[in-house]
Design a protein around this ligand. Structure first.
Ligand code: GDP
Ligand code: MG
Length: 149
């Protein structure tokens, strides 16, 4: 029987979500998890992690050398991060959509960053969450934050 793309069963995928130190500090971990679960995604792993410079240098390798890199790493070292593996159909794109635009001052209302983000604190953009941006990033980032998963 020939298969047609529009009838193919969608397959679940996994993404790495981080509730960054600003989100944990402000008590928003539960709110982020609530939005992930309310959308119908499954929590495959959750762990509070105090990141190391080595982990962050790898996680943010694509931003190495940019003017904000140092303050970004410093901010990410400022307290614990809640690392989450979320699972579901098109969850990579779907969580990016739940998160909203990078800059919370322009992120749309209804998104995590638009509803809860508070713009800038000094040189650092504090936007509560991270979400992987592609299947390749997701696999790489899950391996970094959950070795052995
Ligand atoms: P994301 O994928 O939406 O998180 O955005 P990026 O991958 O472009 O950037 C990674 C993180 O670096 C962002 O979530 C922000 O915390 C921070 N960031 C990005 N761009 C800037 C910037 O222009 N200035 C500062 N200070 N931080 C930034
Ligand atoms: Mg990114």
């Amino acid at each position: 029987t020939p298969t047609t793309p529009h009838t193919a069963a969608p397959t679940a995928e996994r993404t790495l979500v981080l509730v960054k130190p600003d989100g944990v500090r402000r008590g928003l971990s539960g709110e982020v998890l609530r939005r992930i679960e309310a959308k119908g995604y499954r929590l495959a792993a959750v762990q509070l992690v105090h990141a190391t410079p080595e982990l962050l240098t790898q996680h943010y390798a694509e931003h190495a050398g940019k003017p904000f890199f140092g303050s970004l790493v410093e901010f990410m070292l400022s307290g614990p991060t809640l690392a989450v593996v979320a699972e579901g159909v098109r969850v990579i794109e779907g969580f990016r959509s739940l998160a909203g635009a990078t800059d919370p001052t322009t992120a749309a209302p209804g998104t995590i960053r638009g509803d809860l983000g508070r713009a800038w604190d000094g040189a650092v953009m504090q936007n509560i969450v991270h979400g992987s941006d592609s299947p390749e990033s997701a696999a790489r980032e899950i391996g970094l934050w959950f070795p052995g998963l």
